[in-house]
Design a protein around this ligand. Structure first.
Ligand code: PRP
Ligand code: URA
Length: 204
């Protein structure tokens, strides 16, 4: 399995502000979207393209178009990354997977799922936090059932524990992240992390 830590000055700049406890929800949302844009650009770097012929105002030219893309944010926090993808690819199909971690067991509880057909398409699973990896792995399994051509997992901060879980369950799914942090605390939060992404995104 491959883990790409997006090594870009802009990603680092945005992540530092997201981590800052003083960043209020309106700014947090803006920063999350900008960082998701940087991460998405990296995640689709090697997405297959199809050759096309276009005409410039002067003469014919060879071009390339991207393959069929599906974005699947994991609710709620993944919504903070979705707009970056829909702005880059207005024609993207979007599916939703609702998962909430049980506070005691840290196991993901499923409460919603609506996926478009993913057969033969390329899927970006969006979830800013890869902590124990339970949510990321469950969502990836749900997408995999639809037989996509490929799955890429895009997150903001990941923990070694979550990466290990994804590696064990989905070794063929590459992870794109802005940072691999130190560890989880006793409550399953990433250290140093940035706190509860969903709460900070939605001001809850
Ligand atoms: C957070 C986060 C991930 C999950 C990561 O969601 O957005 O989905 O926790 O943890 P895991 O890797 O240990 O599964 P949460 O369950 O808090 O729900 P929310 O997005 O609605 O806030
Ligand atoms: N979910 C979050 O929002 N933050 C963490 O650190 C872990 C899971």
């Amino acid at each position: 399995m491959s883990v790409t830590v997006v090594d870009h000055a802009l990603a680092a700049h945005l992540l530092a502000q997201l981590r800052d406890e003083r960043t209020p929800p309106p700014l947090f949302r803006t920063l999350a979207k900008r960082l998701a844009l940087v991460l998405t650009v990296e995640a689709i770097r090697d997405l297959p393209t199809t050759d096309v012929d276009v005409r410039t105002p002067l003469e014919p030219a060879a071009g390339k178009v991207l393959g069929d893309l599906v974005a699947v944010p994991i609710l709620r926090a993944g919504l903070g990354m979705l707009e970056a993808v829909t702005e880059l690819f207005p024609e993207v199909a979007v599916g939703y997977i609702g998962l909430e971690r049980d506070e005691a067991s840290l196991q993901p509880q499923s409460y919603y799922r609506k996926l478009p057909p993913v057969d033969g398409r390329h899927v970006l699973v969006l979830d800013p936090m890869l902590a124990t990896g339970g949510s990321g792995s469950a969502a990836t399994s749900a997408v995999r059932d639809g037989r996509p051509a490929s799955i890429r997992f895009v997150c903001v901060v990941s923990a070694p524990e979550g990466i290990a879980k994804m590696e064990a369950d989905h070794p063929d799914v590459p992870i794109f992240t802005a940072a691999v942090d130190r560890q989880l605390n006793d409550h399953g939060y990433i250290l140093p992390g940035l706190g509860d992404f969903g709460d900070r995104l939605f001001g809850t």
